[in-house]
Design a protein around this ligand. Sequence first.
Ligand SMILES: NC(=O)c1ccc[n+]([C@@H]2O[C@H](COP(=O)([O-])OP(=O)(O)OC[C@H]3O[C@@H](n4cnc5c(N)ncnc54)[C@H](O)[C@@H]3O)[C@@H](O)[C@H]2O)c1
Length: 325
Amino acid sequence: MNKEILITGGAGYIGANIVDLLIKKKYKVVVIDNLSTGNKSLIHPDAIFYNVDISDKAKLEEIFRMHIIDTVIHLAALSSVGESAKKPKKYFKNNVKGGLNLLEAMVENECKKIIFSSSAAVYGNPQYVPINEDHPINPISIYGETKATFEEKLKLFDKQHDLKFLSLRYFNAGGSSDDNRFGEIHIPETHLIPSILKLAAKNREISIFGDDYDTKDGTCIRDYIHVVDIAEAHILGIEYLGNNAQSEMINLGTEKGYSVKEIINLCSKTLEKSVKSKIEPRRKGDPPILIASCGKAKKLLNWEHKKTIHHIIESAWKFEQKLSI
Ligand SMILES: NC(=O)c1ccc[n+]([C@@H]2O[C@H](COP(=O)([O-])OP(=O)(O)OC[C@H]3O[C@@H](n4cnc5c(N)ncnc54)[C@H](O)[C@@H]3O)[C@@H](O)[C@H]2O)c1
């Protein structure tokens, strides 16, 4: 029998890409999403979909009773750094309390394997780059704090209930599925690449938040990873947890960083037009530089990124063009 995988947040950007790859690999997929930031157009037609909030324990229990779930992939979360500073309670309730509900429903139903979508935001201002998994956890945003707190809950559930987890700390996701069907839709869009593409297409200016950071051109540097590469790591993660492996925290990135200005120039090449920009004050919670060290992903999962920044921008642009048709 094909394994049944439960994905929370499967109607969101990264979730939809993981669902798409799982279905291509012949897994049975059950999606739970409350569509708070997800999108109906990203629900895979071959997945079983439940419009459920992870805070609804009774519904979660019911779903676990109806399916024989092998592994849970938990993406459901609110993920805007800016909003998290303004609404910390909302973020802790959704990302930590909601996640705890899910863990409780899992152990009550003898489901003991989970892959969690963590983030580079758990590291805060890096003490060194590239950042490996031994780097101190010191988030500087509420969003990052919720991810770090949930990682601690996972460790507790491992100790108390033998629940095994992989916490995959994504750096900056970008791009769309190979057929450009599943891509980034955030309303409002806060992520750099789709923001540039959307605004530049309408000849509008893109805001650069701070150009006085201690980086090569003064703008923030990030490690951009293609969403299909992220999805592939989850497939390997399911296999890893299936082999009675230990719980681990693993970075997913490319070990290469690009500044905001460099990304604007690359987008400008793809769009074949100049992109207008303006400098605005720094945003709270933005570390100057985040670049992953990915040796652990290679060693434990035999995973390496395959797609370049050019693939990311091109596939993001193809998805944008489809959206605007
Ligand atoms: N996009 C990135 O670059 C990035 C980087 C690091 C980590 N992450 C993490 O990856 C995950 C997915 O990110 P994304 O960019 O696809 O975001 P997204 O907003 O597109 O997807 C999140 C999904 O979770 C759903 N959701 C949220 N709260 C829920 C709840 N209480 N119950 C049920 N469903 C709920 C939303 O409706 C949405 O479909 C998040 O956990 C995010 O923190 C993303």
